[in-house]
Ligand binder design. Structure first.
Ligand SMILES: Cc1ncc(COP(=O)(O)O)c(C=O)c1O
Length: 427
């Protein structure tokens, strides 16, 4: 241990005893625990600006009392078994603190979220929840190479404050990727720590208390929490097996002031339906006519198995009203905490400046490493590989379920379409 914060109580006692009391107080208060290493006499002497022999005398005193153990060549550590606290009033402050029943502070929460701890996704033996990538497939060795490069050859000026939208070479790479693979142009990129952070910031920037926000009636609870927390009233739009019910949406926007629509059009969460082009067009016209923006959450764009997926709504957004969200949680892993907001220029400063309240700099080494991986092609190679794996697993699952049905089990299932307009079975 390098440093142990000690308070000497300037009494008339000899200095070595004051130091011994202070170390014992640190042990009794739990600042250092059984068997933990203590600072060497030299380090402690420097810290307290006293002679090393004075500290050694303090340690000898504590060894004699049984609080400290001295090991040959290993220095001093807290005793593995502590002596029972003496009833002698060695330290009045400590004794008073122990005897008083201290009332713990009760917090007044001005805002709160669900107060249950979130279960870990890896904590289940079988986890059928949607949206957990198989992290065992991730090429950590390859990624470590890019992390090393980012740290070996850092762009020093980018490591200082500024450039709050994101690390410029990363923005460059993702802009290219979004343009090439998802047809998104005419948008500015803001890098965030995942979609959830994006939703929180956007909700804070765009929603006032009492605003009505339209959401899919079956949807992503964490998004709803972010909207609720900003004071929104959520209005559920009915769903059919083809995605949201456009007639119901139209009726809602005609009769109430809807401020925002949240959608998962490519792969509705959790039903997996793909919203057809004609429906997207109609929704977009309603958004233009009734003046509400759309948040398009495209959280797992790459995982399609039969043909290329429909381009996002953000790819055809002449009015600049679509806020497009993309996450690296599925294409890498959730712990990477990387996401993108692609928005119209006019919304960049409000979002970035609001985000500065929480965080006024992005994680440069991480974005640098991912940018290098994207430039190298490793990013897309991995995507192709995992897509093949997931496709095989889906195929296997379909076979198993079909077998159960043949064997007389009364269940029904349909295979997610994953691309434009497709419905029904494909195997
Ligand atoms: C609908 C939806 N949006 C976004 C995300 C990704 O969120 P994040 O980027 O915060 O990990 C998920 C993850 O499960 C999701 O299901």
């Amino acid at each position: 241990m390098k440093t142990l914060n000690l308070t000497l109580n300037n009494s008339t006692k000899k200095l070595y005893l004051q130091i011994a009391f202070a170390i014992r107080y640190a042990i009794e208060s739990g600042n250092v625990v059984s068997s933990e290493k203590l600072p060497s006499a030299r380090v402690l002497a420097e810290q307290l600006a006293v002679n090393r022999h004075t500290v050694m005398a303090a340690y000898h005193e504590l060894v004699a009392q049984g609080w400290v153990e001295a090991r040959h060549r290993q220095g001093y550590s807290v005793a593995a078994i502590l002596p029972i606290f003496s009833t002698k009033n060695i330290n009045k402050n400590l004794k008073n603190n122990q005897e008083k029943v201290v009332q713990r502070h009760i917090w007044r929460l001005a805002k709160s979220n669900d107060n249950k701890a979130m279960p870990t996704a890896s904590g289940y033996e079988f986890n059928f929840a949607g949206g957990n990538p198989d992290i065992n497939l991730f090429p950590f060795n390859e990624f470590r190479g890019f992390m090393n490069q980012a740290l070996n050859r850092p762009d020093i000026k980018e490591l200082n404050y500024g450039h709050n939208n994101g690390f410029s070479p990363f923005i460059h790479e993702v802009s290219k990727y979004l343009r090439r693979v998802r047809s998104i142009t005419n948008k500015e990129i803001i890098v965030v720590n995942g979609t959830q952070e994006a939703l929180y910031i956007i909700a804070q920037v765009l929603i006032k208390t009492g605003d009505k926000i339209a959401v899919e009636s079956l949807g992503y609870q964490l998004t709803w929490n972010a909207f609720n927390n900003a004071g929104a009233e959520l209005i559920a739009v009915k769903q059919t097996d083809q995605g949201i019910d456009i007639d119901h949406l139209e009726q809602l926007v005609k009769t109430q002031k809807i401020r925002l629509l949240y959608l998962t059009p490519l792969h509705q969460y959790p039903t997996t339906t793909t919203l057809a082009m004609s429906k997207r067009k109609k929704i977009y016209q309603l958004a233009q006519q009734y003046n509400f923006p759309i948040i398009e959450d495209d959280y797992d764009h790459e995982f399609h198995y039969n043909s290329q997926p429909l381009a996002p709504m953000a790819a055809n957004d002449p009015s600049g009203l679509v806020i497009y969200l993309s996450s690296f949680s599925k294409i890498m892993f959730p712990g990477i905490r990387l996401g993108l907001i692609a928005v119209d220029k006019s919304l960049v400063l409000p979002i970035v400046n609001y985000r500065a309240l929480l965080n006024h700099k992005v994680n440069v080494p991480l974005q640098d490493a991912v940018a290098r991986r994207m430039k190298d092609g490793g990013f897309e190679r991995h995507l192709r590989k995992v897509t093949r794996h997931y496709q095989k697993r889906r195929h296997y699952m379909v076979e198993l379920l079909s077998q159960f049905i043949e064997d007389g089990l009364e269940i029904e299932f349909s295979i997610p379409a994953w691309w434009y307009g497709a419905v029904g079975k494909y195997w």
